[in-house]
Design a binder for this molecule. Sequence first.
Ligand code: ADE
Length: 248
Amino acid sequence: MTDMADIRTPWRATVLTLFPEMFPGPLGVSLAGKALSSGVWSLEARDIREAATDRHRSVDDTPAGGGPGMVLRADVLASAIDAADITPDRPRLLMSPRGRPLTQSRVMELAAGPGPLIVCARFEGVDQRVIEARALEEVSIGDYVLSGGEIAAMAVIDACVRLLPGVMGKLASGAEESFSEGLLEYPQYTRPQEFEGQTIPEVLLSGDHARVAAWRRAEAEALTRARRPDLWRDPLSEQKRPKSPREA
Ligand code: ADE
């Protein structure tokens, strides 16, 4: 009998960009690159400019209402999206600093699906009408502004690809569980036992797995509280909290 996983089409990323030569870039090396060569996933980088219709092949124009910069034209981008001919089950993302912040749980959903179409914008932005007409989901990778969406798209793809079956083996699952529990990673150490006068915490050399696990949990909690109070939810108060009707 054929395993379902064997007949599934590989995860696929379709990127619309004005700089297709930027791809695969860093996605072509290391883990993601090996998985790309071996066919675990596939990548298509399409040039938005191919959808331009005028003699100058222009893709952008000045903002209505005035102001600095240029705006990506709705008609050109809509044609580029339509020409990519993606199936309706594939998410359509638009990388943008004003998007919803990317989370590990959204990454896990994207990795579990057929793979997204990702639009990379340059200039001041994209005509609002195409965002709505093609139902683009705006996604941000953080509260800072890049010069274009390409590096952000690579971050999304990399985060997904490492979760695909066979890419990282058992390595990924542990870390993912810890992040989806909402905690930052505990500190790691390896040989040498002494480095510039600093030693490895004694508990990690004790061989006592229960003590090691408790130490790591406490370190992860302390780090999360200090660095990411926004992520921190006290596990004890969570246990005491009455279940909402949805959870019950
Ligand atoms: N394009 C420019 N800045 C970005 C950001 N922070 N996230 C996603 N796309 C972007």
